[in-house]
Design a protein around this ligand. Sequence first.
Ligand code: ZN
Length: 287
Amino acid sequence: MSTSPPTSARRADVPSPFAADRLPDGRRRYGHRAVVARRTLLAGVVLTGTGAGVGWSRWGGDRAAAGTDPAGSPASSPASPPAAPAEPAAAGAAAPSTTDAASPWVVVNKKHPIDPADYAPAELATVGGEEVAAVVSPDLTALLGAARADGVDLRITSGYRSREHQRAVHERAVRRDGLAAAESVSARPGHSEHQTGLAVDFGSGTEPGCGLRGCFQDTTEGRWLAQRAGAFGFLLRYPAGLTEVTGYAYEPWHYRWVGRDLVEQVAQRRAATLEEFFGIAGGTEYT
Ligand SMILES: [Zn+2]
């Protein structure tokens, strides 16, 4: 059951609430409003296809608000990195790799296959009935526990998928939906985040029919997740209206564990995608 308002009723035009005061020592001081906004951003609500486009300077509310994939839109090609990609701060240590499939910061998309192609996580753990990379287990377990404590029946429908499993998933989707439609949501083998064990598809226990469907965003579980996932190190990986960047349609059920530190940094940079944050090419075309 969903008691959510229609998508169109969600707030739009919230004026740049992210601003933080710069303290003399360079630290930022966030006011209450900024904290709330950042918390919202962390949760991915702003990014989850509300079309709100809350004052994005670059990926622009216009793009999201249009609710379409502006193929061929000029000057904003996702292939061109943002003007100032983030320099991730890793608290004095070297930043985790974005190419090592075992790294929590790895970026896998249609331009960047998993390397090696037959990669599998060294250690898997079973959480909520599905396997994930062991490193994800503590946060995912905590997330499920928090949902349960809130009376939210969050399920996990898919975690780690081997290359061969992904091949079967992709082939089934192509048979069912045709190549173009299938590839808007299903990766070719060797290109799926699920093969890293760091991606999780969530489902709704109260509305199982919304599994892997857009209506998941309006389920009690989908809404809870959009609010809280960031606090457990998960990012909404395929926000609405950014197919040309991520290569995928809006998937309100697909979250990617990157760890809380990167969630925080992405929020601070107001980045909507990992591609934008790191300045890494993405898009719908396979290399
Ligand atoms: Zn997924």
